[in-house]
Design a protein around this ligand. Structure first.
Ligand code: KG4
Ligand code: ZN
Length: 330
């Protein structure tokens, strides 16, 4: 029993630990959520995030090992997020992983958080047929990539400014909804009319994205229309986001004929996005591959899963926090 990786993810606001085997089976997963810590700030307060990680990390690791009935000698390696993320938060995971690696005499590998998201879709069972087009939509990033295999990744286009998740969160704040904005904006949008003609930024300009103009347009609309119906604003905003995402994804699928269309990252939890993507896939005759909802948002199972890629390729990425992690340094 040695093909098990301990994954640790502390890049943002949740302390997550998981034990995963090389087939993507999850032996245990523990998440210490910080939602309550940050709720009053309407966003993430980095110093409090780091402090909450310090408190939660060792008990979470202990709990994950106990739940799975795994001892330190049973694991093959420790995988820990090395970036991108909040530096104080990353350091808690990295230092803990390094200390345990030295004590247990196990290799410790620094994992690109984005590779984790890309691989989250094969957790629990292999879903993706390659080549695939992957749309990553998280709180920190938005890009389209072509994946010829689990490890052959090419970024095709990315956002010049805000990510989709960030835009949802900001619009949520403008509408007076709590953090994170994604799920609440989606819910509100269900009861509105998409009647407001918000812009679809750079919709006809290749595979790159831009969302700050849309965010500003929503803000301006709310400032100048005091009687605005929040449900209609939410519905019109979601419609604009979906049109942009689907148009670019369709273009990528046409340019890079693929077997699968994969959506990962927190926004992959959006029911509207899932419905639109299902329609697009039927039309393009490709298979839609989505991670189970609990593995769409940040988690440690995806970090453990990605660790196997490095182990299989004998690539050693040290567990060092990377401030300037290149988009292509998977
Ligand atoms: O991937 P993730 O957990 O964290 C990052 O790596 O950034 O993504 C978090 C983002 C947040 O911006 C949140 O608002 C968004 O995912 N999100 C959603 C939904 N659930 C979470 N956005 C739209 N619809 C949802 N249902
Ligand atoms: Zn993430």
């Amino acid at each position: 029993m040695n093909d098990i990786v301990l994954g640790i993810e502390t890049s943002c606001d949740d302390t997550a630990v998981a034990l995963v085997d090389s087939n993507g089976n999850i032996l245990s997963s523990v998440v210490a959520s910080q939602l309550e810590v940050h709720a009053e700030f309407g966003g993430i307060y980095p110093e409090f995030a780091a402090r909450a990680h310090v408190t939660a990390i060792l008990p979470s690791i202990h709990e994950a090992m106990k739940k799975a009935g795994i001892r330190p000698q049973d694991i093959r390696a420790i995988g820990v997020t090395r970036g991108p993320g909040l530096i104080g938060s990353l350091l808690v995971g990295i230092n803990t992983a390094s200390g345990l690696g030295a004590a247990w005499n196990k290799p410790v590998i620094g994992v690109n958080h984005l590779r984790g998201h890309l691989r989250s879709v094969d957790l629990e069972k292999q879903r993706v047929g390659y080549p695939a087009i992957v749309l990553l939509v998280s709180g920190g990033h938005t890009f389209l990539a072509s994946m010829k295999s689990t490890t052959d990744i090419e970024i095709l286009g990315s956002t010049a400014d805000d990510s989709v998740g960030e835009t949802y969160d900001k619009v949520g704040r403008m509408l007076g909804l709590g953090y994170p904005g994604g799920p609440v904006v989606d819910r509100m949008a269900r009861n509105g009319n998409a009647s407001i003609p918000f812009p679809r930024p750079v919709i006809n300009k290749g595979l790159d994205f831009s969302f700050s103009g849309l965010k500003s347009a929503v803000s301006r609309y709310l400032e100048t229309n005091r009687e605005a119906i929040p449900e209609d604003v939410a519905a019109s905003f979601v419609r604009a986001v979906m049109e942009v995402l689907m148009k670019k994804s369709q273009l990528a699928l046409r340019e890079y004929p693929s077997r699968s269309f994969v959506i990962v990252g927190g926004v992959a939890a959006s029911p509207q996005l899932r419905e639109e993507a299902a329609r697009l896939c039927e039309q393009q005759n490709v298979e839609l591959c989505l991670p189970p909802l609990r593995w769409s948002t940040d988690n440690a199972a995806m970090i453990a899963m990605a660790t196997f890629d490095y182990l299989n390729l004998s690539i050693y990425k040290p567990p060092v926090a990377e401030l300037q992690l290149s988009m292509n340094d998977f």
